[in-house]
Design a protein around this ligand. Structure first.
Ligand SMILES: [Zn+2]
Length: 111
């Protein structure tokens, strides 16, 4: 019997990071679904002005980006690169990850 892939001891990130990212992913997915429904209703309603559609459209785009970021972070957690800066390869640091769970650069490279 071999261990399940999720139990790899060398996988990056603290178990809390995984929980936080899963929460973030679920939240983002819910928001995208809600905004998609809202946007469809706005499109179908001839009384709605275009500006209102555009505003919801922007929120939807933003929510989709957050969802993609969260998915990407979970992938990084799975391949062990989570918590490492994509630019310099250095440690991002637990405080920064706690504040921005899906961040991909350390504070120096982000500056
Ligand atoms: Zn860096």
């Amino acid at each position: 019997m071999s261990a399940a892939p999720s139990a790899r001891p060398d996988a990056g990130g603290h178990p809390d990071d995984r929980d936080r990212l899963r929460d973030q992913l679920a939240h983002a997915a819910r928001q995208v679904a809600e905004l998609e429904t809202e946007y469809e209703q706005l499109l179908a309603d001839p009384e709605v002005i275009q500006e209102d559609r555009d505003a919801t459209r922007l929120l939807l785009d933003h929510a989709r980006r957050q969802l993609a970021d969260a998915e990407h972070a979970v992938e990084r957690l799975d391949d062990g690169s989570y918590g490492r800066c994509v630019r310099c390869g250095g440690d991002i640091g637990p405080e920064r990850l706690a504040a921005l769970a899906d961040v991909t650069t350390c504070v120096r490279c982000a500056a």
